[in-house]
Design a protein around this ligand. Structure first.
Ligand code: ATP
Ligand code: MG
Length: 324
């Protein structure tokens, strides 16, 4: 069980860390309104728009999570020369992220959900999945090479930023490197310190079978130092050199599971770099992700929220212990 003093001490250390997130930046937008009529033009509902919300997604959401924990956060990725790109710059500034945007001749990756009565009617995606090359690639490589940081997080959504060249440049830095993977890019992740697939991604990278044996196989095949498989409401499994350990998540009411994976990689990388043990990282990762799934929207975890949550967990535990 986590010790409050120890968590406070780790949180204090986080404030002196510099961490870079590099990967696919996404703008998540929500178009909300009312539906009262069917269109005379085609048999489809008409949404009368009442509001539009924007949120940082993908690598930018990982950066937002880091920043909110108190880490000095750097973000590098590609945006288009468009409205979406401008909004991402603004949101990064609001979140205290040091953003190094690389503009390219492609649209900003944007996912728009059309929502009425809390129901998604449609999702509209703007994106290019082509590999980044040329000037844009050079700029990213240059930035990654020259920035002094304590750790790097690779947030791969397979939209073209994460390539072999970039992974080589990152590994040359010889700092702690973690990857939130996409199965199709599996072979780009060799030799990194940590990869954090969910169960479905693990299976896509290995095959059908028990999580324990699949995880061991992936860890060995890619020569990973550590592997953490996230398992939704079951928590997560940690694969070290000799052993596999399971960390159950606390049962809780779930409002919104989007972004839980981003919170896991951000919090675990931050606490590991601050000196936490792997066991502490997994417990803290579960608590942070639990806070996020228990709130609407892609909420972020602050030190205050984290400490409050741990206190509540401790109280619950002591109540359980004292009831015969
Ligand atoms: N229903 C739940 N109850 C409690 N904790 C949860 C629940 N769902 C997810 N979590 C927490 O979030 C973590 C990550 O969840 P999950 O394995 O679903 O990641 P993911 O599929 O990568 O998420 P994402 O949708 O962000 O990509 C889990 O390890 C757990 O700590
Ligand atoms: Mg994920």
């Amino acid at each position: 069980m986590l010790d409050l003093r120890r968590v406070e001490e780790l949180l204090e250390k986080l404030t002196s860390l510099r961490i870079l997130v590099v990967g696919d930046i996404i703008l998540d937008t929500y178009l909300k309104g009312r539906v009262e009529r069917v269109s005379p033009e085609a048999p489809v509902p008409i949404l009368e728009v009442e509001g539009e919300e924007f949120r940082l997604g993908g690598a930018a959401n990982v950066a937002k999570n880091l920043s909110s924990l108190g880490v000095e956060t750097y973000l590098c990725g590609v945006i288009g020369k468009d409205e979406g790109g401008r909004i991402i710059r603004e949101l990064c500034e609001e979140s205290g992220i040091n953003f190094f945007p690389v503009e390219d001749e492609r649209p900003t990756t944007k996912k728009t959900r059309v929502v009425a009565m809390n129901q998604q009617l449609l999702r509209i995606d703007w994106e290019s999945r082509e590999r980044i090359r040329g000037k844009a690639l050079e700029k990213i490589l240059d930035f990654v090479k020259n920035l002094k940081v304590d750790a790097v997080i690779v947030s791969d959504y397979a939209k073209g930023v994460i390539t072999d060249e970039l992974m080589k440049e990152i590994l040359k830095k010889e700092v702690f490197t973690s990857v939130d993977p996409r199965p199709k890019n599996k072979y780009l992740y060799r030799n990194v310190d940590l990869v954090t697939p969910n169960e479905k991604e693990l299976k896509a990278m290995t095959g059908e079978g028990e999580v324990e044996s699949l995880g061991r196989r992936l860890k060995e095949e890619l020569s990973l130092k550590t592997l953490i498989v996230t398992r939704g409401e079951k928590g997560m499994s940690l694969f070290l050199d000799k052993e596999v350990k399971h960390f159950p998540a606390r049962a809780r009411k779930v409002y919104d599971v989007t972004g839980a994976g981003d919170t896991v990689i951000a919090s675990i990388t931050a606490f590991k770099t601050a000196g936490a043990t792997w066991e502490e990282c997994c417990e803290l990762g579960n608590v942070c992700a639990g806070i996020v799934v228990g709130e609407f929207g892609t909420a972020s975890v602050t030190p205050e929220k984290l400490l409050r949550e741990i206190k509540i967990m401790k109280e619950e535990l002591s109540l359980k212990d004292s009831t015969p």
